[in-house]
Write a new protein. Structure first.
Length: 236
């Protein structure tokens, strides 16, 4: 009997942290994972680790703040596959968590927005044709509770603004891609022990990846245009 073709996923910023764990878990579930990272050496090392554990992984360089890098990644992916089932926009930065919105610098706001908001938008645009050719195209944007307008206070100003705007990208992309049946959601992974989350965070990367992997594999396809944590919708 012919084996079914593996599902195909691409994860941004997957050389470490939550992105690496998402790539690992999708690999374990039989996906062909395109692991992307802005640093070639770190990305290739991460891909080699997953390959050694038996996953099917291909490394592609990608800096989400560089239009040329996004174009080159999309061109390589288009040569390798004829569709994409899952895109995880995971790459993100947090420069400061305690600077007040009244003091945060324009340069921090701009850098953070370029990585956390514009990057995912441009990557999604570049890969939309491949996602639309999948029978179950899925986009997952790694957002944050700090981007929830519902709970927002004066903390992590640049980051919170960038993630609130990312949530707007989620809503608009969900609407734009609903007729080919591509689902698009934002996920808050919780407070996770990574370089970004710090050693005092309450969750391990396994828990941080859970809702993303669930959306990529077994969640009802009716879930789109939502903001989720722990597999449940939360307020914007
Ligand atoms: N950890 C938490 O508690 C937490 C909570 C809520 C939301 N999140 C979100 O979850 C996602 C993953 O966070 P994490 O905790 O795993 O962070 P992390 O350990 O700092 O990893 C971030 C990843 O993003 C990559 N990255 C940063 N800028 C990039 C760029 N311009 N192009 C490509 N890749 C870039 C990093 O690459 P380098 O190694 O090259 O720097 C790294 O691979 C982020 O979007 C974050 O905002 C995390």
């Amino acid at each position: 009997m012919k084996e079914p073709a593996p599902r195909i996923a691409l994860v941004t910023g997957a050389n470490k942290g939550i992105g690496f764990e998402i790539a690992r878990q999708l690999g374990v579930r039989g996906f062909h994972v395109f692991l992307t990272a802005r640093d070639r050496t770190r990305g290739e090392e991460a891909a080699a680790k997953l390959e050694k554990a038996g996953a099917r992984v291909t490394f592609l360089p990608l800096d989400v703040t560089e239009a040329k890098s996004i174009q080159a990644m999309a061109a390589s992916l288009n040569q390798a596959v004829d569709h994409l089932d899952v895109l995880v926009n995971n790459a993100g930065i947090l420069e400061s968590s305690s600077v007040s919105v009244l003091k945060v610098s324009a340069s921090e706001v701009e850098r953070t927005w370029r990585t956390n908001t514009l990057g995912p938008l441009l990557v999604t645009q570049a890969l939309a044709p491949l996602l639309q050719r999948s029978k179950h195209g899925t986009v997952i944007n790694l957002s944050s509770g700090w981007g929830s307008l519902h709970d927002m206070g004066d903390e992590a100003a640049a980051y919170g603004i960038s993630k609130a705007a990312l949530n707007a990208v989620t809503r608009q992309c969900a609407d734009a891609m609903k007729s080919p049946g591509v689902t698009v959601n934002s996920v808050c992974p919780g407070w996770v022990r990574t370089d970004m989350g710090g050693a005092g965070a309450t969750r391990d990367v396994d828990a941080g990846a859970d809702t993303v992997v669930w959306l990529a594999t077994e969640a009802p396809r009716t879930i789109t245009g939502k903001f989720l944590r722990d597999r449940k919708a939360i307020p914007w």
